[in-house]
Ligand binder design. Sequence first.
Ligand code: NI
Length: 136
Amino acid sequence: MSKSTVSRISISLPTELLEALDSILKDAGYRKRSHAIQVSIRNFISEYMWKEETLCVGALLVLYDHEAKGIEDFLTDTQHKYSEVITSTMHIHLDERHCIEIIAVKGKGNLIKKLAGEFLKREGIKQIRISTLISK
Ligand code: NI
């Protein structure tokens, strides 16, 4: 995102929300509240924009049961099918039964969404988290 101009706004927040924010800022080492709020707003925007035609970079975190029938073949086949947007993959053996696949992605948001949708509907996949940033 370009940073050519700055606009000032005034917002109202419940006191407890502001206190919770300030507590997190202190722990996380943010020096300025406005910087933390800018980061939060960018994250909020990217949560919505990744669904569009926008060029996105990020990762899908996929938690799955590796004993589910055909799951390993499914993961491999799906990643080959979407090789256009997958840049690399990391595999973590979590415990005796579960694994996490971290799939780095770069491409149009709608294609990344389609890839995530393939995982979401497959039995054996227990949780998926999509985290993308807008690359411009
Ligand atoms: Ni594993």
